[in-house]
Design a protein around this ligand. Structure first.
Ligand code: ZN
Ligand code: ZN
Length: 253
C-alpha cells in the first residue's frame, strides 16, 4: 500500500499544506490544501474520498477539485463522511453561495455521490477495507483504519484524548499509526480546548497501546514542529516515532 503525504500541516505557509493523504493513487483521505499539488490526470484518478470531519483544513480541496475535473471526469467520485459532515457540506459548501451544488451537477449524473457513514462501519472501498473509528474533537469527527489484506494503517483524524481508540488498535494492530499532535506542551490549554494532543497527552495515551507500530506525528502547528518532535522523542524514547513529512511516500508491504 502506497500512502502519499500531500499535506500534513496544522496550518499553511511556504511548503506547508493541510491534511491530504493519497492512497494507491485512487483513494483520498481528507481533502486539504494538499490537493493543489495534483495534476489534472492525477485528480481524475481519484475514485473515492474519505473525510474525517468538516473543518475547512480537511475539506477545502474537495470543492476546488470538483470544479477542476468537472468537464473531464467520466464517473462520479464517492465521498464518505459522517451524516453531520454530509449535511454540513450540503448546507455550507455546495449551496450555490459558497460553491455550486455539485451533488446535483451535471443533472444526468452528478459528479459526487455523498455516502453517510457511522463509527463502527467497515466499508469496502476498491481493494481495501476502511473501518470508521472514533475521534475526540469539538465537531463530529472520525478516524480511519485502512487495510489492504496485507498491511494496515490508522489515521486518528484530528483528536484530543481519546480512550475509545486504544482497545480497537490493540485488536487490529496496525503497522503504522498516524496521529495528531498539533501543539507543544506549552500550549496544553489550547490543545485541550481545540481537541488536539500535545507530546505529554500523547505519552499518556500511548500507555494504552500494547504493540509497537511505527508512529508518525501529523497536524503540527507551523512554527511548533521542532518543539513538538523534541518533546515527543524525549518522552517516548522506546517508541518508533517520527513526524510525517509533506512529499513523503510511505510504502507498507
Ligand atoms: Zn479539526
Ligand atoms: Zn485539522
Amino acid at each position: 500500500m502506497k500512502i502519499e503525504i500531500l499535506g500534513c500541516s496544522g496550518g499553511i505557509g511556504p511548503g506547508l499544506k493541510t491534511t491530504t493523504f493519497l492512497i494507491d493513487d485512487t483513494l483520498l483521505l481528507d481533502a486539504g490544501t494538499g490537493v493543489e499539488l495534483l495534476s489534472m490526470e492525477r485528480l481524475l484518478g481519484i475514485r473515492d474520498v474519505v473525510i474525517t470531519h468538516g473543518h475547512l483544513d480537511h475539506i477545502i480541496g474537495l470543492p476546488l477539485m470538483l470544479a477542476t475535473i468537472f468537464d473531464s471526469h467520466k464517473k462520479p467520485v464517492n465521498v464518505y463522511a459522517e451524516p453531520a459532515v454530509v449535511s454540513a457540506l450540503e448546507q455550507h459548501i455546495f449551496n450555490w453561495t459558497i460553491w455550486p451544488d455539485y451533488t446535483q451537477l451535471p443533472e444526468q449524473q452528478p459528479i459526487i455521490n455523498l455516502h453517510p457513514i457511522e463509527i463502527g462501519d467497515v466499508l469496502t472501498i476498491q481493494d481495501k477495507t476502511v473501518e470508521v473509528i472514533p475521534a475526540e474533537h469539538p465537531t463530529p469527527t472520525v478516524g480511519y483504519l485502512i487495510n489492504n489484506g496485507h498491511n494496515s494503517f490508522v489515521f486518528t483524524g484530528d483528536t484530543g484524548v481519546n480512550d475509545k481508540l486504544w482497545p480497537i488498535l490493540n485488536q487490529r494492530k496496525p503497522d503504522l499509526l498516524i496521529i495528531d499532535v498539533s501543539f507543544a506542551d506549552e500550549s496544553d490549554k489550547l490543545a485541550r480546548t481545540s481537541g488536539h494532543l500535545t507530546p505529554s497527552l500523547l505519552t499518556g495515551q500511548l500507555e494504552q497501546l500494547e504493540h509497537n507500530p511505527r508512529i508518525a506525528i501529523t497536524h503540527l502547528k507551523p512554527g511548533a514542529e521542532d518543539s513538538i518532535m523534541q518533546q515527543c522523542r524525549r518522552l517516548l524514547p522506546q517508541r518508533q516515532i517520527d513526524r510525517l513529512h509533506q512529499g513523503e511516500v510511505i510504502t507498507l508491504d
